[in-house]
Design a protein around this ligand. Sequence first.
Ligand SMILES: Nc1ncnc2c1ncn2[C@@H]1O[C@H](COP(=O)(O)OP(=O)(O)OP(=O)(O)O)[C@@H](O)[C@H]1O
Ligand SMILES: O=c1ccn([C@@H]2O[C@H](COP(=O)(O)O)[C@@H](O)[C@H]2O)c(=O)[nH]1
Length: 240
Amino acid sequence: MTATLPYRRVLLKASGEALMGDQHFGIDVSVVDRIASDIAEARRLGVEVGVVIGGGNIFRGVAVASKGGDRVTGDHMGMLATVINSLALRTSLVKIGVDAVVLSAIAMPELCESFSQRQATAYMDQGKVVIFAGGTGNPFFTTDSAAALRAAEIGADALFKGTQVDGVYSADPKKDPSATRFERIAHAEVINRGLSIMDTAAIALARENNIPIIVYSIHEKGGFGEILRGGGRCTVVADD
Ligand SMILES: Nc1ncnc2c1ncn2[C@@H]1O[C@H](COP(=O)(O)OP(=O)(O)OP(=O)(O)O)[C@@H](O)[C@H]1O
Ligand SMILES: O=c1ccn([C@@H]2O[C@H](COP(=O)(O)O)[C@@H](O)[C@H]2O)c(=O)[nH]1
């Protein structure tokens, strides 16, 4: 029953780094399975779910650029990393009976379908979980921006950022133990205070399209479902 739930259609930005689990690199399948079970719970609630996964567990373009390499090629490699993660998530979802499809911003027809807004919304209307791979398809962006873009394109009621921390803090809580968590904060304030929970382009795009951002810990089993039911621990980034 979606009638009593705050959101009917959401875009989940799942942390790539989280997929590593306790490893230093790559994919811990048990973590992907757990994220898939949280998405399955959302579907059981009747919420339509689109997903963008980061690539930080495998590759980030800045890693190449910081060593004097070509940034654009590095970003291409980072976008390919998001395709690998997307295929892993689809596998975990299908394994537990959730209908899921990967749409890539970079054409690779042997592996998955190519992204189009029309196809994505058609699949979501049918109740499929749509995993958006390949970021925006362009270098110099991040998967946070891809998530805000896809959220706007599919008409999402909210953008969920499932990350390493349980909300937006007054400073990076991993560096400053005295940082305090916001229950609610405006998009503009996140940008003006320079709170780097997401890149500025992503927050600005969400703001322009009136999309609230819900920041929560992706490590909290069942946390996604709890917030979808109107509870849970998170920060809501929204203009009043
Ligand atoms: N003001 C802040 N409030 C909360 N977290 C912050 C803040 N400033 C910086 N951070 C940091 O931002 C991190 C999340 O950023 P980032 O998007 O890079 O990670 P991610 O969700 O794991 O993404 P990726 O998919 O790229 O791996 C948190 O782990 C946290 O340490
Ligand atoms: O639109 C996009 C999205 C991502 N990239 C590259 O991929 C990596 C991984 O994404 P994260 O958001 O950092 O997890 C990113 O560092 C970029 O190199 C891109 O070029 N364009």
